[in-house]
Design a protein around this ligand. Structure first.
Ligand SMILES: *Cc1c(COP(=O)(O)O)cnc(C)c1O
Length: 442
């Protein structure tokens, strides 16, 4: 049987993108600013402060969200969005906006993609990694407090910022994390790059912290081919971020620079793609959730495969990537042969230049049954991927302080991401599930 390869998460066009791109060409706005950029920002802002849709099943029928909205969160009304050329740039500018610099420390969730922590090093600061809790897989609030106290004890100074992440779209323990951050007066950056449209207590994630990061890379909830955005607390901070995103130009008739800036604005063409994508964002989120419910049902009651679902009623994940964990004693076909050959290329869709290692093992890697499952699915033309390797286990960060409890390392060793998103059909999901079951006796 000839099956098209099922990929982990792929961009899906709405059909409206070309209209906005054409408009940009017709009006000669082929620059990193313009009407599409402004409109895209407005649409994102509207989305970020929008009410949950009761009809879409995002909140319970008893939740009187009209009464709660927006009086419960007046500060939401001030939020502003800046469109940028990537999510990584958004993390970087959030740090710049908070004045993080040389020699500062920034607390960062260890269980994340490298784009949460790399920008900390761009500004000359040191990432201090904090491990996760088991429910949401995100930053552990009590470990965060322990880390803050210990850093103050050891350095005599408070860390400058806290970067929390919503891994695979799952909201973290936001109330608890914000309470700790507030207690010590440390600003929070929410890396919601994977969590576009996820909600915590009905509110869109990325609007809780001082700054919120969005990403529109090719594999995220929506795409602009490459792009990102930063949710800012108010108009004044938006202006400050825009200033740094456009080379920090002072108001003179000639180029006058008193600070270092960046070229991080989103192109008006890419913003056009984004506007087209906004017309299907809600549908995309609904589809990711629908696929999640299919996986959840399929693995409910299985022996050895656990689906990572919403742990409680606060969390309403977008299920950007659906993930499962394999019990260590689950036997998967071919696991004796797992790790026999070195990997050609690297994970990730970017097809960029990667370093070939020729090396088969590292000191922290997924279990043999996980690798065997990945290979088995690969043979069946299904792409899957191990969970992200925690940053405190990455050689590049080996000298950074880390506050660990074993949770992220354990998850990394037993977890797998499965195909998700609008390009994955119900039939695909049934096929994936049947292949997983035939790979093991679960
Ligand atoms: C994708 C991602 C980013 C960065 O987004 P880009 O747009 O790819 O630069 C940041 N943080 C996390 C957790 C991500 O998954």
């Amino acid at each position: 049987m000839d099956r098209k390869r099922i990929l982990l998460c792929l961009a899906h066009m709405s059909g409206n993108e070309m209209k906005y791109i054409q408009e940009a060409f017709d009006t000669n706005w082929v620059v990193p600013l313009g009407p599409n950029v402004n409109a895209f920002e407005e649409e994102l802002k509207h989305f970020a402060i929008s009410k949950p849709d009761i009809n879409a099943g995002q909140v319970s029928e008893t939740d009187d969200s009209d009464r709660l909205w927006p009086q419960s969160w007046p500060e939401l009304q001030d939020r502003e969005v800046v469109a940028l050329c990537s999510g990584t740039a958004a993390v970087h500018l959030a740090l710049v906006g908070l004045g993080v610099g040389q020699g500062d420390e920034v607390l960062c969730q260890s269980f994340t993609f490298c784009a949460s922590s790399h920008p900390v090093t761009y500004v000359g600061a040191v990432p201090v990694f904090v491990d996760s809790e088991k429910d949401t897989w995100n930053m552990n609030p009590s470990l965060l407090e322990e880390a803050i106290k210990d850093r103050i004890r050891k350095t005599g100074r408070k860390p400058k910022a806290i970067i929390i992440v919503y891994l695979y779209g799952m909201p973290g323990k936001i109330a608890e994390l914000l309470a700790v951050a507030d207690k010590y007066g440390i600003p929070v950056i929410e890396d919601a790059a994977e969590g576009l449209g996820s909600r915590y207590d009905g509110r869109v994630v990325g609007t809780f912290g001082c700054y919120g990061v969005m990403s529109f890379n090719g594999n995220k909830m929506i795409t602009t081919s490459g792009g990102g955005a930063l949710v800012c607390p108010d108009r004044e901070s938006k202006n400050r971020i825009m200033f740094y995103a456009t080379q920090a130009r002072e108001a003179f008739p000639y180029y006058q620079h008193e600070q270092v800036g960046y070229n991080y604005r989103l192109s008006n063409i890419c913003a056009g793609i984004g506007r087209g994508q906004m017309t299907v964002l809600d549908a995309h989120i609904a589809h990711h959730r629908h696929i999640a419910s299919m996986y959840a049902e399929a693995f409910d009651g299985s022996r050895g495969i656990l689906f990572h679902g919403n742990p409680d009623s606060h969390c309403n994940s977008n299920f950007w990537l659906n993930t499962v964990t394999l019990s260590p004693d689950l036997r998967v076909k071919g696991q004796e042969r797992a790790y026999h050959a070195a990997i050609q290329g690297a994970v990730g869709g970017a097809a960029g230049v990667v370093h070939a290692t020729g090396q088969v093992h590292t000191d922290c890697e997924p279990g043999a049954n996980v690798e065997a499952m990945r290979l088995y699915l690969d043979e069946a033309n299904i792409e899957s991927r191990p969970l992200w390797k925690p940053m405190h286990k990455q050689p590049v960060y080996k000298d950074c302080p880390a506050y660990v409890n074993g949770v992220s390392e354990k998850l990394f060793k037993c977890g797998l991401c499965l195909p998700s998103g609008p390009m994955v059909t119900d039939d695909d999901v049934r096929y994936i599930i049947s292949q997983i079951y035939s790979a093991c006796d679960c």
